[in-house]
Design a protein around this ligand. Structure first.
Ligand code: HEM
Length: 147
């Protein structure tokens, strides 16, 4: 058996199961579910009204960069997601649920968990950027501050 060079994600080895072909299968499986999903489908249909192929290629490059360190992705996800209309944290829950199911359909459980772990952390940071918590109120709105 061929010995792989030691790629790892946060110190854990990425199984040889992760290669460009399986990443492409994951991306295509996941977005075919997204397109048919009652909550996510309409949001994506507005954002991607025509050919899905460029988005799928971008997402293959993204996951290849994240998991295989290929460096092919050079987009701006925060700006892209901030521009989306009508997205809530409930949509992120659905996104992650579908992604988990797709990852498990393509990979053994321990590899799927590495994808889902990464996706979850990126989803958290996207949500912090998209839905910033309400900041402290300006001082002149504070009631009973004694001034
Ligand atoms: C409810 C959740 C989400 C929605 C509705 C959503 C939707 C979208 C849409 C509409 C685009 C633009 C597609 C295009 O114009 O071609 C996009 C791009 C992208 N999404 Fe998401 N997304 C979600 C969650 C996520 C998560 C959790 C990740 C990462 C794990 C992610 C990664 C990306 C990346 C990398 C791009 C490409 C950005 C770029 O090219 O600059 N998305 N997303």
């Amino acid at each position: 058996m061929e010995v792989s060079h030691a790629l790892s994600v946060d110190g854990r080895p990425v199984a040889q199961a992760v290669d460009e072909a399986s990443i492409e299968r994951l991306v295509r499986h996941f977005y075919s579910r997204v397109q048919r999903d009652a909550e996510l489908g309409p949001i994506f249909a507005v954002a991607i009204p025509g050919d899905w192929e460029p988005h799928l290629r971008t997402m293959i490059d993204f996951w290849s960069s994240v998991m295989l360190k290929s460096g092919r992705f050079n987009g701006r996800p925060v700006a892209t997601h901030r521009a989306l209309v009508g997205v809530t944290s409930k949509h992120f829950d659905t996104w992650l649920r579908l992604f988990d199911a797709s990852a498990r359909a393509v990979y053994p459980a321990e590899v799927a968990e590495q994808f889902v772990d990464r996706a979850g952390r990126i989803a958290d940071s996207l949500q912090r950027a998209m839905f910033p918590p309400a900041g402290p109120r300006p001082a002149n709105h504070v009631i009973g501050d004694g001034s």
